[in-house]
Ligand binder design. Structure first.
Ligand SMILES: CC(C)(COP(=O)(O)OP(=O)(O)OC[C@H]1O[C@@H](n2cnc3c(N)ncnc32)[C@H](O)[C@@H]1OP(=O)(O)O)[C@@H](O)C(=O)NCCC(=O)NCCS
Length: 177
């Protein structure tokens, strides 16, 4: 079985990071057809967005690299600070992706552990992650390492809303609130 190791990413890795970022997007869009999709412009801008992370002192990208030098996984984390909330300092996991043929070998957990070290060095009090409803492997993965859902984002298409408003208009005029 091939081995792998984890290191911090650098700007020379950008092309591969874009591939993994877009592969994650495709995966999420397959898992749930209702999520907001990345536009052509969003896809083109993925590289610029990732490049900005290298100059953000509160963010970091770690990659898993196979013995033959291929980047087979990545994780992005960022520290968020706000006096308006308790906890005031939290680590957010922005992206986690492992190439399909490299899964179930501990790479995902290894990347998360490496990010924990970065978060711990910056004194965070909590860690959060978002994943798409319908992404069953993400549910299994995050649940296994102790993450519990706290917020659900629900969504409705405006076209559905227009039909409901039109139907209600036939029954009674809209009440003013
Ligand atoms: C989720 C993901 C990052 C896991 O990476 P990985 O390298 O396979 O994870 P690990 O090998 O460290 O798995 C750790 C544990 O998580 C659980 N797990 C991971 N993938 C699972 C799956 N497909 N089904 C069930 N349990 C799973 C298992 O308990 C596993 O331990 P085990 O292999 O000893 O049973 C990877 O499947 C992936 O990139 N998926 C597509 C992108 C994605 O969903 N990213 C997360 C969204 S934020």
């Amino acid at each position: 079985m091939s081995n792998w190791s984890i290191r911090e990413a650098n700007e020379a890795n950008i092309e591969r990071l874009i591939e993994l970022r877009l592969a994650l997007q495709d995966h999420m869009e397959r898992c749930n057809s209702r999520i907001w999709r990345l536009s052509a412009q969003g896809r083109e801008g993925a590289g610029e967005h990732l490049s900005q992370i290298f100059s953000d002192e509160n963010a970091v990208i770690f990659v898993a690299v196979s013995d033959d030098g291929e980047i087979v996984g990545m994780i992005i984390g960022r520290i968020e600070t706000s006096d308006k909330y308790v906890p005031s300092t939290a680590g957010t996991i922005r992206l986690l992706f492992v190439s399909e043929s490299w899964r179930r070998r501990g790479i995902g957990s290894g990347l998360v552990r490496r990010l924990y070290q970065f978060f711990a060095s910056r004194g965070i009090e909590a860690i959060s992650v978002r994943y798409v409803v319908g992404n069953d492997e993400a549910v299994q993965f995050w649940t296994k390492i102790g993450f519990k859902p706290i917020i659900i984002t629900a969504s409705k298409r405006f076209s559905d809303l227009e039909q409901i408003i039109a139907a209600e208009d036939k029954i009674k005029p809209l009440e003013k609130s």
